[in-house]
Ligand binder design. Sequence first.
Ligand code: UT7
Length: 325
Amino acid sequence: MKLYSRVTGTGSCLPPRRLTNADLVAQLMASGIETSDEWIVDRTGIRARHFADDGVFSSDLALEAARHAIRAAGVVVADIDLIVVATSTPDMVFPSTACILQGKLGNCGAAAFDVQAVCSGFVYALSVADALIKSGSARTALVVGVDVFSRLLDFSDRSTCVLFGDGAGAVVLQSSTTPGLLATDLHSDGQHNRILCVPGQINSGQVQGSAWLRMDGQAVFKLAIGVLDEAARNVLAKAGLSTDDVDWLLMHQANIRIMQSTARKLQIPSDKVIVTVDQHGNTSAASIPLALDMAVRGRRALPGHKLLLLAVGGGMTWGSVLLDL
Ligand code: UT7
């Protein structure tokens, strides 16, 4: 019998500390950085973001999101035989955040590992978990996207520090005889590895290079606009479907202008585009599962709906997943 994977539960977590643009602008202006709510809203669509307090790590946010997803799926922790965490802000250099999460959940024996594809991480992680379920290697997977990018932000660089927020999103993906994940499509181009990066490494007990996030915003913007609609068309072609079949376009929440442009190119109307960037900012690997959980819990994305997930991030990486909820 042919095996497929289905999302059976979603969950998310936002740290309680919420900063509106007004809060952040006041903080930045006090240290001599010129910016405004108007600039941030016009150029990005962002109005607020959440930041984790000191001492709160990716595994903490992941744990809360995972518990919600596990409860929604109606499974127990012992059922989980695969944990994949997408993050570029792991708790430690090693072990993986997936193993730390596994320990906090009290699961023993599941395969657990991290996937590092920056803002495309969740789409990559979901595709990997789907393949392991389809091959019969796993039956019940916990797939998490989590990031605490506030730790990487240089608050003297106004072109990046206003863009990002912290959060986590999770899904339980289970083996099924009916298709849930209809198709996946992943890509990267390492020639662009410097346009969005944290160019540091640990050596002899020190960080060498820089531990701050650096981005050539215009180069990232241009690449994103160039690849996302193609990734969408690829995944639809693999599933034998068209954009007319899509109930919801769920893109990585980085910039409302990238989302609008991609939706226009795909001729998907704006009322079918899920938008959370205004309230969360760019939460990197968390952005898609967070938005998915909001859409599911808000009873917008319903069983039987087809969701087109589209991501782009550092690497540069990009990809798509077509999901029958
Ligand atoms: O998660 C991975 C994917 N990431 C993305 O998709 C991000 C992609 N890039 C972007 O979203 C946009 O490029 C940004 C939002 C980062 C920047 O928007 P932009 O329209 O490309 O602005 P820009 O970089 O061309 O800067 C325009 C002006 C500059 O001033 P001058 O040189 O024209 O005088 C910047 O210095 O805006 C200035 N600027 C700001 N002004 C006020 C940059 N940041 C700010 C700021 N407040 N926070």
